[in-house]
Design a binder for this molecule. Structure first.
Ligand SMILES: [Mn+2]
Length: 356
């Protein structure tokens, strides 16, 4: 058995002005990185991590080697973040796969995902290092609640935010016909598993088309985040392999993402990339904020940030505790006291008038 065809694509989505995702599609190495940080630091972090991985793609596929690769990427992002004030605190997710023979070795940090599509079924093979995933794992949140949780972008582990990083690593024994998908949360938070599977099967003979269809579906679902998809298949020996790779220009380059969407989106889908100002919505505001180079003003809930793993769950639980009712109670009490005071004054004045 050997590595068959592969394809990689990225798109800024409909709401973000920049694309902070990066990917590697250089067989036998594949990776997706979703950066975070103010100004252009998110792009820098994911770009540095992807570059570090690319340099070492002739590596042998062992879990130790993949951990070493990710540690080296971590060192580079962290070093840059430490020496450059504008990049301080930046970080990135990384989900990487290295193939050798019929072994696929994974290294993973953050909430990007790897899926395996085998025998008509899709299964997520990575655990999300995110706040909501931890709450789901500990039974404090249902998977349904997690999908719409306001803090679903909060990740508990990232590459580059600390000198050391805790990396998940594991291997999968591949079978002919296996299709692997690496993606950023811009796909998994916009498109459900069933649809991802349908698109993969519908375009099984053309991975480039499958990747394009997935970007299209994420954009139709709202395109709230940058979307990145990398696909690779395992084939019986003797099948031909070719790589289709298309880097969509970053949004500051000409015609962002147009060619990618043109043939997957219908007329109905041609919603403007920059939405009209929404009433209560903050996406439009966040776009303005980004345009003014003040990314810290972007909606906190939507922007990916990283928190410490253990206190994170406590923090979320604390933030869920209602604070509103207490404040409301004091307002009502104050109003009652004022009314009581005025009533007493009126009674007193009436009695005083009668007494005269
Ligand atoms: Mn993302």
């Amino acid at each position: 058995m050997s590595l068959g065809r592969s394809a990689g694509k990225t798109d800024p989505g409909r709401k973000r002005l920049r694309n902070e995702d990066a990917y590697v599609c250089e067989p036998p190495l594949f990776a997706v990185a979703d950066g975070m940080g103010g100004a252009q630091a998110g792009e820098l972090a994911s770009g540095l991590a992807a570059a570090a991985l690319r340099e070492a793609r002739d590596a042998d596929a062992s879990e130790e080697r993949v951990v070493e690769l990710l540690r080296e990427a971590n060192r580079r992002v962290y070093a840059r973040a430490s020496e450059d004030a504008a990049a301080s605190g930046m970080g990135t997710t990384v989900t990487a796969a290295l193939v050798e023979g019929d072994r696929v070795v994974f290294g993973h940090v953050g909430d990007s995902r790897a899926y395996l599509i085998r025998d008509g079924e899709l299964s997520q093979v990575t655990d999300d290092h995110s706040l909501v995933a931890e709450l789901v794992r500990s039974g404090r949140l249902s998977p349904e609640e997690a999908g719409s949780h306001p803090q679903r972008s909060v990740i508990t582990r990232a590459l580059g935010t600390d000198a050391e990083v805790d990396i998940d690593t594991f291997s999968i024994e591949a079978k002919p016909g296996d299709l692997f998908l690496l993606c950023s949360d811009g796909l998994s938070s916009m498109v459900d598993d069933r649809t991802i599977l349908e698109l993969a099967e519908q375009h099984r003979d053309d991975l480039d088309a499958a990747a394009r269809a997935m970007l299209g579906a994420a954009n139709r679902g709202g395109g709230e985040d940058n979307i990145t998809v990398v696909l690779f298949e395992m084939t019986a020996d003797g099948a031909d392999a070719d790589t289709v790779e298309a880097a969509v220009p970053r949004p500051d380059a000409a015609a962002p993402g147009e060619d990618d969407e043109a043939d997957t989106l219908s007329e109905l889908d041609k919603v403007p990339v920059v939405a009209a100002p929404a009433e209560a919505g903050s996406e439009a505001e966040s776009l303005t904020a980004e345009a003014e180079q003040e990314p810290e003003e972007e909606t906190a809930a939507e922007e990916t940030r990283v928190v410490e793993e253990a206190p994170a769950a406590e923090e979320a639980a604390a933030e869920e505790a209602p604070v509103g009712p207490t404040a409301g109670f004091f307002h009502k009490l104050l109003a009652l006291l004022v009314i009581a005071g005025l009533s007493a004054l009126i009674v007193f004045l009436v009695l005083w008038g009668l007494a005269r």
